[in-house]
Design a protein around this ligand. Structure first.
Ligand code: MG
Length: 157
């Protein structure tokens, strides 16, 4: 089975930019109720999608003060637990980050390692792609960041 996830966050000055649990050197970061890890949010939605468990907002209400500045790794761990409860395990996970700046080329490997760790998958089962929006629209103007993720899961033998 497969699941798809999408997330967008607004980028503003003075906020931190965390992608896949990795702190990215940047003068702009994501505006969010949680820690704003837009990559993990897209992956969480892909996992929840694959097991038919709705979306991240149903599991972690962004109006709930209990989840203020919550570490997205905690939300990811919850979705992985849910997946195992359903009798499934991850096969692989592929993501595309759409961001104008900063350039992610020097961070991509660290992000990939971190996500593989968080998902409990070997490095070669996790892929991280980064692209710009060719200076178009709000993403191209560095006002927003978007991530698309796809996860495949299989039944635990
Ligand atoms: Mg989000």
């Amino acid at each position: 089975m497969i699941g798809f996830g999408y997330d967008l966050h607004k980028l503003v000055e003075g906020e931190s930019l965390i992608l896949g649990g990795v702190f990215i050197e940047s003068n702009i970061g994501t505006l969010a109720h949680s820690d704003g890890d837009v990559l993990l949010h897209a992956i969480i939605d892909a996992i929840l999608g694959a097991i038919g468990e709705g979306d991240i907002g149903e599991h972690f209400k962004d109006t709930d003060p209990a989840y203020k500045n919550i570490d997205s790794a905690v939300m990811l761990a919850h979705s992985l637990r849910l997946m195992r409860d359903h009798g499934f395990e991850l096969v692989n996970c592929d993501s595309t980050i759409v961001l104008e700046k900063p350039k992610l080329s020097t961070f991509k490997n660290e992000i990939r390692n971190s996500v593989a760790n968080l998902l409990g998958l070997p490095y070669n089962r996790v892929n991280i792609k980064a692209t710009t929006n060719e200076k178009q629209d709000s993403i191209g103007n560095s006002e927003a960041i978007v991530v698309y993720s796809v996860c495949q899961i299989k039944e635990i033998n």
